[in-house]
Design a protein around this ligand. Structure first.
Ligand SMILES: [Zn+2]
Ligand SMILES: [Zn+2]
Length: 167
């Protein structure tokens, strides 16, 4: 991040200063494209109030399917800051706000089901591969076998339709 700096001399002409800045890849731990846009108001000789926002996207890797995706965000800036040697460097503040915004467990979408271990297809809700269906069928068959063979003393409704060894 190139220093996003406010200096006391910025306020010589006006009591309010607006600034914009770009945040680039490498400024924080993850790939991101973002910009910061804020207003600063002097509230005393050595103190200002800053209000504005950081908007942009993180480029993250989904923790389920491992695909890269864009995670948009908007972070409010709303704080008092003190001048230090006549300047305030907002870079560290912005870096911290951004770091807090990075999700601990990134997901490309609420309905990401991850990658099928059998065929490698990226599955989402309503979009599962046939292996998943096959697995489900096998699972149901196994459950039925359990029901039909073991622990079915009182089973009244043996399904005629399920007869694997009809000869
Ligand atoms: Zn995903
Ligand atoms: Zn599959």
């Amino acid at each position: 991040m190139r220093g996003i700096i406010i200096s006391q001399t910025d306020f010589l002409r006006d009591g309010e200063v607006s600034k914009k800045g770009e945040i680039f890849k490498g400024d924080i731990g993850v790939d991101c494209q973002a910009s910061v846009d804020f207003k600063a108001v002097k509230i005393s000789d050595d103190k200002i109030y800053i209000c504005g926002k950081i908007t942009g996207v993180f480029i993250l890797e989904c923790s389920r399917c491992l695909e890269k995706y864009k995670h948009p965000f908007e972070i409010k800036i709303d704080s008092d800051m003190d001048f230090f040697n006549g300047v305030i460097d907002l870079s560290e503040e912005i870096r911290q706000l951004l770091s807090l915004e990075i999700p601990m467990k990134p997901l490309c979408g609420e309905n990401c089901l991850g990658i099928c271990k059998i065929c490698g297809k990226h599955n989402r809700k309503n979009d599962s591969c046939s292996c998943a269906d096959g697995d489900r069928e096998n699972f149901i068959k196994e459950r039925w076998n359990e029901l039909l063979t073991g622990g079915s003393k009182n089973a009244k409704s043996k399904k005629k339709t399920y007869a694997p060894s009809q000869r």
